[in-house]
Design a protein around this ligand. Sequence first.
Ligand code: SF4
Length: 416
Amino acid sequence: MTEEKKVDRIPIKATKEMGRIMAAYYHELHEASRTRSKKIAWCTSVGPAEILRSLGFLVHFPENHGAMLGASRMATDMIPEANAIGYSPDICSYLTADVGAYLKGVTPLSKAYKGIESIPTPDVLVYNTNQCRDVQDWFAWYAREFKVPLVGIETHRGVGDVNQAHVESIASQMEAIIAPLEEVADRKFDLEELKSVLALSRECSELWKQVLETASHTPSPLTFYDATIQMGPAVVLRGTRQPVDYYKLLLAELNERIEQNVAAVQGERHRLYWEGMPIWGRLSAHAKLFATLRTCVLASTYCNSWIFTAFDPDDPFSSMARAYTELFIVRSDESKEQYIKRMLDFFNVDGVIYHDAKTCPNNSNCRYGMPQRMEELTGLPSLIIHGDLNDLRMLSDEQTQTNVEAFVEQLDEKKA
Ligand code: SF4
């Protein structure tokens, strides 16, 4: 194993402002939950948040909470609580960690934000199965627990090209959830309000795309590990002004780095693409491991998932239907392979890391021969890391380190 070496990493200055925005977001939700002054909707991470915001809901995203449980390394201890009530250790560990934490009455929010003792109580739960069925089961559990309505959108799976039939079916489901949401919100839906929210979401998406694309520069000013932190506002605040202002700030800083040739990984020798879920409890450890090896993991499908180029405020329902169906996770293997190929070319990488996340088959793309097909298509080598997004019992740190070091040696030899 490589000896621990000191790695100098230059922090992103804008992160301080992001911390302020995220704190305000959680405090607003907490206050609304405490006083019942505003209606609260829970939404899946790529669910119809724009419709909810247009109806005046504050929006909580349980997957974001699941990721916080992972990043704070609380998740592994929470999962058995959900297993004990019948939710298998093999299903989504966001779900089991989140439900487990609720049953235990704990949240990482209380450590991160003074005065917040619990997650916000929902008035309604809204899902889209455009990522997996687990979100539906997850929200159904809370619907029974809180005795609040559950509404959802059922998306097609294994989608090749997104066609008019897909768009019409999803758009009509989106329109159908308006009436039950109006009832909970106690206000009428306003199309102009939706258009304004969607315009902000679109702007956020454009800026987030530009942020991620800065990593195409050599050396990259940004790592995948930075991006998993920086994506917070795009996930939980899209449709509002705050992420738009924040990503302008962040983009300016990254462009300044590019002008000054400031590398996120000093002495960048190799450039890698990450395919699959992050391993939240090891973000920092893995960032250090790759930096020590002068290897920059700089782009990922995961962080790109909050780019919605199809959003069009002039055609809100159809464009939302298209954007939320064009997502990588819900597509056919052929479409996924074409997408990954475009990304590998664009970011000019030397190899790919696939994360085989034990509890997320939906976002583990290395179980049906894709790495082999991609190697044949691109000539780029790949490595599979076995682990999990949240359940650290599924990960061997020693094995991961040994495999990563051997993979980087292989890249060295290829370049020699
Ligand atoms: S996509 Fe994976 S990690 Fe995300 S909610 Fe579904 S099963 Fe969980």
